[in-house]
Design a protein around this ligand. Structure first.
Ligand SMILES: NC(=O)C1=CN([C@@H]2O[C@H](COP(=O)(O)OP(=O)(O)OC[C@H]3O[C@@H](n4cnc5c(N)ncnc54)[C@H](OP(=O)(O)O)[C@@H]3O)[C@@H](O)[C@H]2O)C=CC1
Ligand SMILES: O=C(O)C1=N[C@H](C(=O)O)C[C@H](O)C1
Length: 271
């Protein structure tokens, strides 16, 4: 039996890697009631039961629709892990209908991320390129390390993901770079170097980016701090996508009933 204080949730992209896991985890929580899933127009699974599409193992009695506007007024919070284009569309509808939004989609420009931050004036919104608890602990370690030795070290970020990932570098590695650049008193766009090749010597004070896509690697991020004669590596590996999906559900529960504002995963994790 469901609890009395259920947050009404819509999942965008419930047939996707993340959307299906988020739906499975949400379906097992007493404090969440799934209202609908939203998929793209023209898919053969539109109109089917959300539980079937997300492979929760049971019918949930609610459909996957292809029009968010038709169901949005029935929910409290929306979780979006889809595409850059759909993420921006979802943001617009959440503002128009005054609904809470957790967006974990990556691939946005910094101006687009700013749109999520500005939306905090009107709705409760949480954007996180990575909803894993341990990645956000790693971000704290990076902040301390870059503050202490960032200006002396050669900093390189290596991120690995599955062959299907659409964006590079990962949203997480961009956030990691921004955190380190900030404590080094720099703007990331001024010091990021993507895929260094050739014989030119490494330029001091820059952050190198390297993206690897292979097989079904869920997610790995390593930041190297290179000195002469020694190096420090800080790494996070995920073995599957569950850590991100659990974090996304925690974010949605956190956002339910909150005043308008731009919230962060650090607010949820209290770190
Ligand atoms: N914040 C975090 O911690 C994490 C973020 N991500 C990010 O989440 C995003 C999704 O990743 P992933 O699940 O691997 O990708 P998938 O491609 O597996 O899933 C994306 C889903 O979005 C759906 N979709 C696409 N366009 C629309 C639309 N117009 N309307 C509704 N649904 C749509 C797709 O439908 P269909 O399949 O029918 O095309 C698909 O189900 C990426 O940006 C990724 O980087 C991923 C993991 C963790
Ligand atoms: O696409 C993924 O899988 C992931 N995407 C996010 C990113 O771009 O950083 C988070 C995590 O790395 C998994």
């Amino acid at each position: 039996m469901k609890g009395v204080c259920e947050m009404k949730l819509i999942v965008v992209g419930p047939g996707g890697k993340m959307g299906s896991l988020i739906t499975q985890i949400a379906a097992g929580k007493d404090n969440i009631e799934l209202i609908a899933g939203v998929g793209p127009v023209g898919r053969d699974y539109i109109g089917r039961d959300l539980g079937q599409v997300a492979m929760t193992g049971t019918n949930l009695g609610v459909p996957v629709v292809d029009n968010l506007q038709s169901v949005i007024d029935d929910c409290d919070v929306i979780i979006d892990f889809s595409t850059r284009e759909m993420g921006l569309e979802v943001l617009k509808l959440c503002i128009a209908h005054k609904k809470g939004l957790v967006c974990g989609t990556t691939g946005f420009s910094s101006d687009e991320i700013q749109c999520f931050q500005d939306a905090g004036n009107e709705i409760p919104v949480l954007y996180a390129a990575n909803t894993s608890k341990l990645v956000n602990v790693m971000n704290k370690l990076l902040e301390i390390t870059a503050k202490t030795i960032g200006r002396e070290a050669d900093i390189e970020i290596l991120e690995m993901h599955d062959q299907w990932k659409k964006d590079a570098p990962s949203g997480t590695s961009k956030e990691m770079g921004e955190i380190m650049a900030h404590v080094m008193g720099k703007e990331l766009e001024d010091i990021a170097v993507y895929g260094r090749h050739g014989m030119a010597p490494r330029e001091k004070g820059t952050i190198g980016y390297h993206s690897l896509r292979a097989g079904n690697i869920p997610s790995s991020h390593t930041v190297y701090f290179g000195f002469m004669g020694e190096r420090l590596e800080i790494t996070h590996h995920s073995y599957n996508w569950e850590c991100f999906a659990r974090g996304a559900c925690d974010c949605a529960v956190y956002l339910d009933g909150k005043e308008p504002g731009f919230y962060t995963i650090q607010d949820v994790l209290q770190i």
